[in-house]
Design a protein around this ligand. Structure first.
Ligand SMILES: [Zn+2]
Length: 259
């Protein structure tokens, strides 16, 4: 490690130890907790939250100082650079440099529910989702179950043939089992990426999605037109035939305004 900089104004959520502590160290491991990548440098580790527009990637070339997407730049001695970049105007991605042994105690990590992949045992999953909340926000809540984002929640619910507006506590045993089994969607996605992406990860990785953002297209399973509904500011897509008993759901954002 040659140098470590944080051009992103508010990206670092910790100040002690400073990023310069990484100089002279080696990357000793890369792992994931929930949706957050962790890059280990011996007894220090960088915990990163990409939010929706952040990307973590090693580049052959170093970023220019003018690059406005740069948030954290870790310069390696072989000329490459590990870059946390974020697209769009908002700075939401963040990083924390922590003692490697303290990652588990960080509040973002300590409050995570069980990991969605590999799936938790069925009874632990059933207990986690037994809440009177709609499945769409419930499954995306990292404290309920960790690792599911807004694209994959649509895919998982479609795979399980469950409505995004069904509540966790309303599921019967068979539905809970179906939802638990549908978590394989995440493993399939990882397998897909491992097969299709080589050493250079493109900025926009085509996601193997069946329903998310595919409104107006036929359901790959039954041919019914995929619908979209907004849940607060998030779009969710579903197959009305298989997930909502043939009903096309009202736009919740709109119906809130009309109340
Ligand atoms: Zn369908």
């Amino acid at each position: 490690m040659e140098s470590a900089l944080a051009p992103g104004m508010n990206v670092m959520k910790t100040f002690e130890p400073p990023l310069e502590e990484l100089v002279g160290r080696r990357v000793s491991g890369v792992r994931r907790v929930g949706k957050m990548p962790v890059v280990e440098f011996g007894d220090l580790a960088l915990l990163i939250h990409l939010m929706s527009a952040g990307r973590l990637k090693a580049f052959d070339k170093r970023a220019s100082a003018k690059d406005r997407a740069s948030r954290v730049l870790v310069r390696l001695e072989d000329g490459r650079e590990l870059q946390l970049r974020e697209f769009g105007t908002k700075q939401r991605a963040w990083a924390k440099l922590l003692p490697a042994g303290a990652i588990g105690e960080d509040e973002m990590v300590a409050t995570l529910g069980p990991e969605a992949w590999p799936p938790p045992p069925l009874d632990a999953f059933a207990a986690a989702i037994d809440q009177p909340r709609h499945l769409h926000p419930l499954l995306r809540n990292q404290r309920t179950i960790a690792g599911i984002g807004r694209s994959w929640v649509d895919e998982i619910l479609w795979e399980a043939r469950l409505s995004p507006f069904k509540k966790g506590s309303e599921l019967d045993e068979e539905e809970t089992e179906r939802l638990h089994a549908a978590l394989h969607v995440l493993g399939d996605a990882i397998d897909h990426y491992e097969e299709t992406i080589g050493e250079q990860v493109p900025d926009k990785v085509p996601m193997p999605l069946q329903v998310h953002r595919r409104e107006g297209e036929p359901c790959p399973r039954c041919g019914t037109t995929i619908e979209a509904v907004f849940f607060s500011e998030h779009q969710t897509n579903y197959c009305p035939e298989e997930q909502t008993g043939g009903h096309v759901l009202k736009d919740r954002r709109l119906s809130k305004l009309l109340k």
